[in-house]
Each structure stands twice: as C-alpha cells, then as structure tokens.
Design a protein around this ligand. Structure first.
Ligand SMILES: Cc1ncc(COP(=O)(O)O)c(C=O)c1O
Length: 458
C-alpha cells in the first residue's frame, strides 16, 4: 500500500465516503489501529481502494473532528491517544486452575536440554534430515526408543519393530485402520471417550470391558472382538493395575482367537511406591502391540510417541500410516533421540517423578482429613480417582469447582462410561496438571469444594 504508511485492510462498502469513515472508526475503536499509528496518505489509500482522493480526505477530516485521529503538518494523520472502553478481551477473567487429567505440569518441561538437543541433533544430521523421512520414523529415534523401552519398561524391542507416531492418539487411529477388517475392539469401561470415537471413526465397533480392582475383566471379551485396548500398568481412569490372572487370561485369549492386545503405556514411567509393573508386551511380542508416548513424561505439545509392532502387523501398520498422510517431523524425532541417548530423558523423568509423588501424597493426606474413603488405584501416574456416591453429586462438585476457580473432571461428565445407566460416579483429579506455583492453592480450593461431599467407595 502507501509507501509511507501501514498495510491497512478496510472493508469498504457503499456509499464510499460513509463506509471508509465507519471502517476506519471501527478499526480505531476496537484497537486494531493502536494510538499513534500513522495512517496511509490520502492519495495512496484512495488509489488502493480505487476511489476519489476527496472521499478519503473527507473521511479523515470527519474522524479528526470527532477526535479519533490527529493531523499535523509534516507528520501526516495518526490515530489519537484516546482511552477506549474495555473490550471483552481486556476484562480480567478469574483464573481457573485446571485439575482435569491428561496433562503433565508443563512448567517442568526441560527447555534448556530440549533446545540443546534440537541444536545438536540438527547439526549432526545435516541437510539430509530436511528431506522426506522414513515413514516408520528416523533410524536414530527408533534405535533410541528400542533401547529405552527395553531398559525402562521391559519391552522386547528392536529398532526394526518400532514405528514413530505423533502420540498415542495418532497411534490408535493408525492401529484401528490397520485392524479395520476385523470388526470390534474391546475397550475398558470406564475408559477414554475419545479413544472409542477414534475406533468408531475407523469403521470399527467397541465393546465394554468392566474394570474392577484388578483391571479390565477378560471374561467380558465378546466373541466378535479381534483386539483389546488396555492400560495395564495404570488403568485410565481408575488407576488400578492389571492383575496377574487377568494378564495371563488376556494373553491366552489373544493366542486362542488370533487377536491383538494394544497396550497403552501412557504414564508407565510414573509409579511412586515401587517399580512399575513391566510391560505386558514382554510376555508375547507377537500378540501385544506396545504403545508409548512422550506426552506425560515430557509434554503433549511435542506430539511424539512410538509403537512396538508384532512382525505380522508391521506392513498393515505402515500402510495405515501412509493412508493417513501424516508422518512425524524429523527435527523433533532427532531431538528426542538425542535426549534419550544422553540420559536427559531419564533425568527429567526422575525429577518429575519426585514432584508428582509429593503431590499425590499431599492430595491423599488432604483427602484423609475429609473422608476415610481412599483414592482408587495405586500411587502412580498423574491422576487419581475419587469415588463418589452419585452422578448428581459428581455434577454438583464439578459446578462447585468452577465456582471456586477449579476445573474438575467427572466420570459421567467427561463421557468415560460406555453407557451411563447405573454407572458409578467419581472425580478424576489430575494432580500433575497445575504448574508448581498453583499446586498449593489448587489443593486448598479442592479441599474447600470437597468439604461435606458425598464420597463413597464403589
Ligand atoms: C489413557 C491415555 N492414553 C494415552 C494418552 C496420551 O495421548 P497422546 O500421546 O496422544 O498425547 C493419554 C493422555 O492423556 C491418556 O490419558
């Protein structure tokens, strides 16, 4: 536009004079043109808009008369320094602390080591790393992941079996596509609604597996199921561990029925009372697809995860990956490989584990002041389930939370049940989510909200 002025977008209609005037007035009063902004010269703006210069001159003069613009010889026309009424965006909103599950404390993210890893990795990889990469993931990350999951989670893996994804959500969408011919995937009840939706989106059905104190019940697998989706190390959301008998029964089912188990190991790094239970995959790498993610251990914004795939499924999985059109960017992969290889990933997990363990202990201690009912499940992960007496009470507490500046997730409200009828109620408290400075206030606010609540064991 005008060589002296700003690039100014105006929606100009008819009649031109009035329209330019109101478009400029709107741009000033909404703050789109801040005080002091120099407007384009009248000649330039008129040329740009394809109208007579006199029309622009008249519009500027009117807005100067109204006090929205000031005009000084030699410095053109500028937006006047007027105090604008607050826009909805300026009105302060009450801060709400998020205690819903699903996120780690992002303030713990190791920015320094990550930035150093990106720099080192890109320098080492050279320009070749900017080409289209291997759809299964970069060799460096597949090797690093194979080493890591073997060491930390007891997975039987080699780089050739690893497929890099942009997190578990992506992995599940790919797996559902790869298993598409096969009808039904049994999923935990309660379990994440968006995982069921992804499966449905691939044209498959889901069937519920009730989750008890020992995890999902293998006796409920319907005969039409060809795969089972489980969170064995720390069931989401109950927080229980899949018992030994159930592990054996699921594996026996997979062998007998030529089925697959998808092992979602979303927070397997975080167990606070003892060593986390080893991966189910180690007991039968031909039947169990192991899925991990950097979302809890590092940050979900990285969008990085991995699959360890049985040999028979490798080609269907790579075909499904190709069909989605999405692979994972190389710089992030190389940086994660570097972080894993140098031990920075483990160091971060160890540091974060100390923080989350303390929070879990503090949460349990606070609740013990209010109720004798313990949190469901084992001390692990970044969330815990508080069982409640009814869905009505759950709703009341979620609303009371918002009143008290807390976002809380309820089993019913967040759609965890396949069918809500007769289903139990509870709050899933994501104690990993608040940043460090907000944790104590969040705990205080939660204690207030839960005072007098109808907490009852299932
Ligand atoms: C049960 C479960 N699985 C997996 C994930 C991780 O998903 P993603 O790797 O897509 O971030 C989460 C995160 O909230 C989860 O709750």
């Amino acid at each position: 536009m005008d060589k002296l002025g700003i690039d100014l977008h105006l929606d100009v209609g008819e009649p031109r004079a009035r329209s330019i005037e109101s478009a400029l007035r709107e741009a000033v009063t909404t703050g789109r043109l801040p005080a002091g902004t120099r407007l384009p010269g009248t000649r330039g703006l008129a040329e740009d808009l394809g109208i007579a210069r006199g029309t622009v001159v008249a519009a500027y003069a009117q807005l100067v008369a109204e006090g929205w613009l000031v005009s000084a010889t030699g410095s053109g026309t500028r937006v006047a320094d007027v105090t604008l009424p607050p826009t909805p965006r300026d009105i302060p909103v009450r801060r709400v602390v998020d205690l819903r599950p699903g996120r780690p404390d992002l303030s713990l993210f190791p920015h320094g080591p990550w930035a150093a890893a990106v720099k080192r990795a890109l320098a080492a990889a050279g320009t070749g790393s900017m080409d289209y990469g291997d759809p299964a993931g970069s060799r460096e990350l597949r090797e690093a992941v194979a080493t890591y999951v073997s060491r930390a989670r007891g997975v039987r893996a080699e780089a050739g079996a690893v497929v890099i994804t942009s997190g578990f959500t992506h992995a599940l969408a790919v797996l559902a596509r790869a298993l598409r011919g096969s009808g039904t995937i049994a999923t935990e009840d309660p379990g994440l609604a968006h995982h069921r939706r992804l499966i449905h989106g691939a044209g498959l059905e889901t069937a519920p597996l009730r989750v008890g104190p020992d995890g999902a019940d293998p006796a409920e697998i319907p005969s039409r199921a060809s795969a089972v989706l489980l969170t064995p190390a720390h069931q989401h959301p109950r927080g229980v561990v899949l018992g030994q008998a159930a592990r054996t029964a699921f594996l026996a089912w997979a062998r007998d029925r030529d089925g697959y188990i998808i092992e979602d190991d979303y927070d397997g790094e975080f167990r606070y009372d003892k060593q986390p239970v080893g991966a189910l995959q180690a007991l039968d790498p031909d039947r169990v697809i192991f899925a991990g993610s950097a979302s809890k251990a590092l940050a979900p914004g990285l969008r990085l995860g991995w699959l360890v795939v049985p040999p028979r499924l490798r080609i269907p999985v790579l075909d499904a990956l190709a069909a989605t059109g999405a692979t994972v960017g190389t710089p992030g992969q190389l940086a994660l490989a570097d972080l894993l290889d140098r031990g920075d990933y483990d160091r971060h997990v160890r540091r974060a584990r100390v923080v989350y363990r303390k929070r879990r202990t503090e949460l349990a201690a606070r609740l013990a002041e209010l109720t004798e009912v313990p949190l469901d499940g084992v001390p692990a992960g970044l969330h815990a389930l508080l069982p409640l007496a009814s869905a009505r009470e759950e709703r009341r507490l979620v609303d009371a939370g918002l009143e008290g500046g807390l976002q809380l997730a309820g089993l019913h409200a967040a759609g965890y049940w396949h069918s809500a009828e007769g289903a139990k109620a509870g709050l899933i408290i994501g104690y990993g989510t608040p940043p460090q400075h907000a944790w104590r206030p969040a705990l205080d606010a939660l204690t207030e909200v839960l005072r007098g609540a109808e907490i009852a064991p299932w």
